[in-house]
Design a protein around this ligand. Structure first.
Ligand SMILES: Nc1ncnc2c1ncn2[C@@H]1O[C@H](COP(=O)(O)OP(=O)(O)OP(=O)(O)O)[C@@H](O)[C@H]1O
Length: 399
């Protein structure tokens, strides 16, 4: 069970043993030559809020982190994924099935626009045909060795997305909203739909959240103040990301170069997705004095780094503390892709930086570093939340 367990299985994506609600047993199996580890559906309450953009950027983010990523464009009547990636070629098939088209950086894509002779032809199909096409994208396309598949769902929470959810085994959904929508109602509808389908909601992404003026660096709320945090809290959901309105982003979509977007808005989402990936390797750093957990994070002698797969330590190494300047160590450990940090004490500022980066912090640990990691993996090492503000280090344990 996750430490943050709120007993609401419908809004949690952990596949823990205590799960009360079982996922729906989907009858459609993917193509027998497909191998897909995680499927994430991206939904929105209505069209035009940036669902396709968020799907594309999530795909790019996970691909950049070394995962083999795929995008299934289920937005049949408004397919915008191939354009954002600058794909002009058509998908080809053989006697076994259809193959997705690869983007320049290796993301596998399937979209109705890759099958239509003329991609400006409108698709004026009725709901059952649309849902049937999406089902075929699942059953007839060969998705080889995919770590993360993102599905750009048909807009809304009506019949079409519901039918799609019934035909594809989705592991979790991300809801995209924008501040000017009737966010509260839309999130409620998405939560209801997810509950009906027994699919966990991973969290909310607010698109067009603000505009950052390039001249003075100030953030302007073009669509008024956001209420996303309160709404998320009401439904026990996480706000995963807030994406600004950025002309560079829309230009990248229009030019077909979304793979070149510059920004780290989706890194916290990526970390959450990585945590839910069953065979994911996690990295735990223990602030140490040789083999023992140190009292003082910033002044530790070395970090014992443990790589863990399926709750087993598969690799360990010790790296010397590179030194501490304000803000340096949390960024250093983040760059090493550390997911959890264990220490005796830590300064409040370091804890804040780790929290911002979605790195779990365990303080109050002591004894042998490896034993502390084993205890963490058994779920018996709990953080005391101990913040270091005493002694000669002042807030330096912060780093
Ligand atoms: N944060 C943003 N900054 C700049 N442009 C954006 C942003 N979000 C979306 N856009 C632009 O708005 C347009 C609509 O976005 P997108 O196609 O992703 O919406 P959608 O929700 O998928 O729409 P539909 O449901 O109708 O397919 C696109 O041209 C996109 O480039």
């Amino acid at each position: 069970m996750s430490e943050d367990c709120n007993q609401s299985c419908s809004s949690c994506s952990d596949d823990c043993a205590e799960r009360k609600e079982q996922k729906t047993d989907f009858s459609n199996k993917p193509h027998e030559m497909s191998n897909i580890k995680k499927v994430i559906g991206i939904v929105s309450g209505k069209g035009g809020v940036g669902k396709s953009l968020v799907t594309s950027m999530l795909g790019v983010t996970m691909n950049r982190r070394g995962y083999h990523t795929a995008i299934l464009d289920a937005d049949i009547t408004g397919p915008s994924i191939p354009k954002a990636f600058g794909i002009r070629e058509k998908a080809i098939g053989n006697e076994f099935g259809l193959s997705p088209v690869k983007t320049k950086t290796g993301i596998d894509i399937m979209s109705v626009n890759l099958l239509l002779e003329n991609d400006t032809d409108p698709v004026i199909w009725r709901g059952p045909i649309i849902a049937g096409t999406v089902k075929q994208f699942w059953t007839d396309v060969i998705w080889s060795d995919v770590d993360f598949m993102f599905i750009d769902m048909p807009p809304g929470t009506g019949d079409v997305p519901l039918t799609v959810f019934q035909s594809i085994a989705v592991d979790g959904i991300i809801v995209v909203t924008s501040p000017q929508e009737l966010v509260s109602m839309i999130v409620s509808k998405a939560v209801k739909m997810a509950e009906m389908m027994k699919i966990p909601i991973i969290g909310l992404v607010e698109n067009m959240s603000y505009f950052k003026c390039p001249d003075n660096g100030k953030e302007y709320k073009i669509f008024g103040d956001s209420h996303i945090e309160e709404i998320a809290e009401k439904h026990n959901l996480k706000v995963l990301a807030k994406l600004p309105i950025d002309p560079k982003i829309s230009a990248a979509c229009d030019k077909g170069i979304i793979e070149l977007f510059d920004g780290n808005w989706f890194d916290p989402v990526a970390k959450i997705l990585e945590k839910t990936e069953e065979r994911k390797m996690i990295k735990i750093a223990v602030a140490s004095e040789n083999e023992m957990v140190t009292e003082h994070f910033g002044h530790c002698v070395n970090f014992n780094i443990f790589e863990v797969k399926e709750k087993q330590i598969v690799k360990s190494e010790s790296i010397p503390n590179p030194g501490h300047k304000p803000g340096f160590l949390p960024n250093f450990l983040n760059d090493m892709d550390v997911n959890v940090i264990i220490s005796g004490g830590m300064g409040g500022s370091a804890i804040d930086i780790f929290n911002e980066k979605s790195i779990e912090v365990i303080t109050g640990a002591s004894g042998n570093a490896k034993d502390a990691v084993e205890a963490y993996l058994q779920g018996t090492l709990k953080s005391t939340g101990s913040v270091c503000h005493d002694h000669q280090h002042h807030d330096e344990c912060g780093e």
